[in-house]
Design a protein around this ligand. Structure first.
Ligand code: 5AD
Ligand code: SF4
Length: 449
């Protein structure tokens, strides 16, 4: 479960290097891939030079991600002569498929996320001399990548996948094509993993999925809100987070669960994408501005203050000045604690590819800048109001040059704090901090002793 699995190594000579790009799902998939490979007798190394097997776990969500992967692979062409094996994993692998072999003939393995559990078999085939092996999903799979051998990189907080894939088909998004159809794990297996993690000393769990709020227990036992509450009640667990939720499936019961279970963190990431119902409609987001705001109102009426963050796309085809102004207005109205904003970029296979991407890049860049500047002002005001209050942080480490400790609040904010020399807060422990200062993206404080 944690660290490097304690299993006898079959052939400790075999080494691999794994580089990961993209979202938390990819980061966690890589933890599972590492665990699986170690179980198969591989040893992880820090550089390409040291490795027999070189793997890239790729992301294709935005921009010209495929091109970046091919450029990177080209850099490593020279190593092929040294007998290294190259593999491309993740969303670009799934999206480009066998085309990768044509453009980068030195690659031997192409595998999308829905086929990771077949990686050991695929590697055996390569060892047996097969030149090219693929694991590509046709959106029909029911498989989840469950493994006992997850090599989690942090010993205190860790991810648990509860649902893979996505059935929403938002017009701009490549995920339904790269990660396949929605498939949930049973709440029982999620809870078993949570208990196992608690036994190993983990105190924070983050439930992961492309769309956690459409979790559907195949055994029919628990709803997402019930599962969330149950994970929060696992003895030893002090913090539970979840990401990402789709507003369409985000039920009031999730807020009720946060109200009822103190270990559920006071933070919800609820991507809005646009503040204009017209654009939301073109994006096929399945909710209106008003419906989104209704969910915000639920959160604002919660017993504890819930910090809300979001994702926004600017410059979606057809977005007018008025639509963009509606998004700026929404930022004011909601009062987000963080906004992840992106310029629209057309993605292969997606419905919006057929729309005319007529907004020039400079205009998209301008809108992005205006939006981020506005949001910065909002955050300055919002973060300031915490000054003078106390809160608990999970200690994450030390910032030596600044002689500060780094902590994270339940609101998922970074809180850097000072402590007397006699106090040495340990990573993974929880500490009370008095907030003494604020920045647009973080807080400052002093350890309370
Ligand atoms: N262009 C720009 N941003 C995108 N996102 C997803 N697809 C695209 C795209 N084609 C953004 C969305 C999503 C986040 C993970 O990435 O805001 O919520
Ligand atoms: Fe990128 Fe989406 Fe794939 Fe994650 S699931 S790696 S965000 S394309």
């Amino acid at each position: 479960m944690s660290g490097v699995p304690q299993v006898p190594q079959k052939d400790p000579q075999k080494t691999f290097y794994l580089e990961t790009f993209g979202c938390q799902m990819n980061v966690h998939d890589s933890e599972k891939v590492v665990g699986t490979l170690v179980q198969e007798g591989y040893r992880q190394v820090e550089t390409v030079e040291q490795a027999d097997l070189v793997l890239y776990n790729t992301c294709s969500i935005r921009d010209k991600a495929e091109q970046k992967v091919f450029n990177r692979l080209a850099d490593y062409k020279k190593y092929k002569k040294q007998g290294k094996t190259f593999g491309v994993l993740g969303c670009v692998a799934q999206q480009e498929g066998e085309k990768i072999f044509e453009r980068a003939p030195y690659v031997s393995l192409v595998c999308g996320s829905a086929s990771y559990r077949n990686l050991p078999d695929m590697l055996v085939q390569i060892e047996a001399g097969k030149q090219r092996v693929t694991g590509l999903d046709d959106r029909e799979t029911d498989a989840c990548f469950e493994t006992e051998f997850t090599a989690r990189t942090n010993p205190h907080r860790g991810y648990i996948t509860i649902i893979e894939g996505c059935d929403k088909f938002c017009a701009y998004c490549v995920v339904p094509y790269t990660r396949g159809k929605e498939r949930s794990r049973t709440s029982e297996s999620v809870l078993a993993e949570a208990r196992q993690m608690a036994d190993l000393g983990y105190t924070e769990i983050q439930l992961l999925g492309q769309n956690v709020s459409s979790f559907k227990d195949p055994a029919g036992k628990q709803t997402f809100a019930e599962l969330l509450a149950a994970v929060g009640e696992v003895p030893g667990i002090r913090r539970v987070r979840f990401t990402t939720s789709h507003p369409r499936d985000f039920g009031r019961d999730i807020v009720d669960a946060i109200d009822a279970v103190p270990t559920l963190c006071d933070h919800v990431h609820l991507p809005v994408q646009s503040g204009s119902t017209r654009v939301l409609d073109a994006m096929q987001r399945l909710y209106t501005r008003e419906q989104y705001l209704e969910r915000i109102a639920w959160m604002k009426s919660a017993k504890r203050e819930i910090s809300i963050t979001t994702d926004v796309i600017v410059g979606f085809p057809g977005e007018t000045e008025a639509d963009f102004a509606a998004t700026l207005g929404l930022l004011e109205e909601v009062g987000y604690d963080a906004v992840f904003a992106f310029k629209y970029s057309p993605r292969p296979n997606t419905p919006s590819l057929k729309l005319d991407d007529a907004i020039p890049d400079e205009e998209k860049a301008h809108r992005l800048e205006v939006l981020m500047a506005r949001q910065r002002e909002i955050q300055i005001t919002r973060y300031k109001k915490y000054i003078g209050t106390n809160c608990e942080v999970m200690v994450e480490g030390r910032n030596e040059p600044r002689a500060q400790w780094i902590g994270r609040t339940t609101h998922n904010k970074t809180l850097n704090f000072t402590a007397p020399q006699t106090a040495t807060p340990k990573a993974g422990t929880y500490a009370p901090v008095l907030i003494t200062g604020s920045f647009p993206n973080s807080l400052l404080g002093e350890l309370v002793i």
